[in-house]
Design a protein around this ligand. Structure first.
Ligand code: 6GU
Length: 240
């Protein structure tokens, strides 16, 4: 997979790309990441990349000519899937990361200032927000995208651990424990130590449902339940 990032702050990526898990996935060789400085495509001698909005209003907008030049000089716009980071978009979900992880060639354009000239949007295939809040720029959002995509390409993450993960099956993951068996009076639940796989499965499913009910009840509204899950949910609701 090839990922090209267009950014006004390329230095923000240095440590991110050097950090262990990400650099290991990149070093394995199937991923190439290129960070492009948008300012290099400025068309005037003062290297402007932004300008004031027509019609007035606060803040500056990124210039369409600069953005378009950065795009077409770095990717083949027929082959490359162009993603614009923006708080004005549908928030990213795990299923989006799965879909994007199957592409060969993507370009992430990091928005900045109060936004971009609207005319640039016709050169992008998709806009992505990472949540309902506002950041100063798209760089952190692009790193969220890259991290979330690369870990899905990594064959060292077992398919089982992906399957059990929060958001994949529409439930939050159940609590887990490792040694020591007792810490400050808190013990690892006995059932997890007894080796009865059916009891463990049921215990973990019940706790997944419990965590989801507590922190993300909205996820339960969208989901189809098995009879076993309905029974467990009934018990949990009675306990409230
Ligand atoms: Cl992608 N960009 C900015 N600037 N703010 C955001 C965002 C993106 N996603 C959530 N907030």
């Amino acid at each position: 997979m090839k990922i090209t990032v267009l950014s006004l702050f390329p230095e923000m990526y240095e440590n991110f790309l050097k950090t262990s898990i990400i650099s290991r996935i990149i070093d394995k060789g199937n991923v190439e990441i290129k960070i492009v400085n948008i300012r290099d495509y400025s068309l005037d001698k003062h290297k402007h990349v932004d300008d004031t909005p027509y019609g007035g209003g606060a803040g500056m907008l990124m210039k369409v000519d600069v953005l378009h030049s950065a795009l077409i000089n770095n990717v083949d716009h027929h082959k490359t899937y162009a993603i614009l980071t923006s708080p004005k978009a549908k928030p990213l979900k795990q299923k989006d990361l799965l879909r994007l992880s199957k592409l060969d060639d993507i370009c992430i354009i990091c928005g900045h200032y109060e936004g971009i000239d609207y005319r640039f949007e016709k050169y992008v295939d998709e806009k992505v927000s990472i949540g309902d809040y506002v950041l100063t720029g798209g760089e952190l959002a692009s790193m969220v995208l890259i991290d979330g995509i690369l870990r899905l390409l990594d064959d060292s993450i077992s398919k089982d651990s992906l399957k059990e993960e929060s958001y994949i099956n529409g439930l939050l993951e159940y609590p887990q424990y490792t040694r020591p068996v007792e810490y400050n009076g808190d013990r690892v639940p006995d059932v997890l130590q007894n080796g009865n796989h059916e009891e463990i499965r049921k215990f973990n499913l019940r706790n997944s449902l419990k965590e989801t009910l507590k922190y993300r009840p909205d996820l339960l509204e969208k989901r189809q339940f098995s009879q076993e899950e309905k029974d467990l949910l009934g018990e949990l609701i009675n306990e409230l």
